[in-house]
Design a binder for this molecule. Structure first.
Ligand code: GAR
Length: 202
């Protein structure tokens, strides 16, 4: 089984979808660890209910990003994590984590990247007035929501959509797409060419 760690900062609906599929056996992975940078985030309760150990920390307790990332790297190594899954983890990463896990760390983002990166992907697409937005899963590099794209799914914007209704439809797509991509990773089907372009093997 692929040993995964999920990083999350918020509600954790993606964490839940992954944990559910791991528990039911639909996904042949073991969710070994939740890493959360916001004490009190709802995802921590979800981890408890799912029986997944959580490491919760406050970035302000550390002198720098590198300082806490070194602690996180130790946790990942202790648990022999094969794949790091960012699911609403709202922080940029430094080379301390990105280098050792390059090609083994993925992120999900609520837009069709490279359009609308950042913390409000859905809202920004709605405000811009695009008619189709969507969801992207990509390998993590040092940028914000950059890195080789593995999969994308469109989500049409409907007449009368608000930020809430759009986010709800995006979440529905995320709940299916992220476990599917993790399954591909588990099967070794996602290859990275020249550290640049991700290709899905049959
Ligand atoms: C998800 O929609 C994810 O795409 C987004 O945060 C949400 C977390 O929801 N991530 C980003 O915006 C990354 N830039 P969740 O906590 O319910 O899984």
């Amino acid at each position: 089984k692929l040993r995964i760690a999920v990083f999350a900062s918020g509600s954790g609906s993606n964490f839940q979808a992954i944990a559910d599929q791991a528990a039911s056996g639909q996904l042949d992975v073991q969710v070994e660890l939740l890493v959360c940078d916001r004490p009190g985030a709802y995802v921590i309760e979800r981890a408890e209910k799912a029986g997944v150990p959580a490491f919760v920390f406050s970035p302000k307790d550390y002198g720098s990003r590198e300082d806490y990332e070194r602690v996180l790297l130790d946790k990942l190594r202790e648990r022999q994590i094969d794949l790091v899954v960012l699911a609403g983890y709202m922080r940029l990463l430094t080379p301390v984590l990105v280098e050792p896990y390059y090609g083994r760390m993925i992120n999900i983002h609520p837009s069709l990247l490279p359009a609308f990166p950042g913390t409000h992907g859905a809202r920004d697409a709605l405000e811009y007035g695009v008619k189709v937005t969507g969801v992207t899963v990509h390998f993590v590099d040092l940028g914000m929501d950059t890195g080789p794209i593995i999969a994308q799914e469109p989500v049409p914007i409907q007449e009368g959509d608000t930020e809430d209704t759009l986010i709800e439809r995006i979440h529905q797509v995320e709940r299916e797409l992220y476990p599917r991509v993790i399954g591909w990773m588990q099967q070794g089907r996602v290859q990275l060419k020249d550290r640049k372009v991700a290709v899905l093997a049959e």
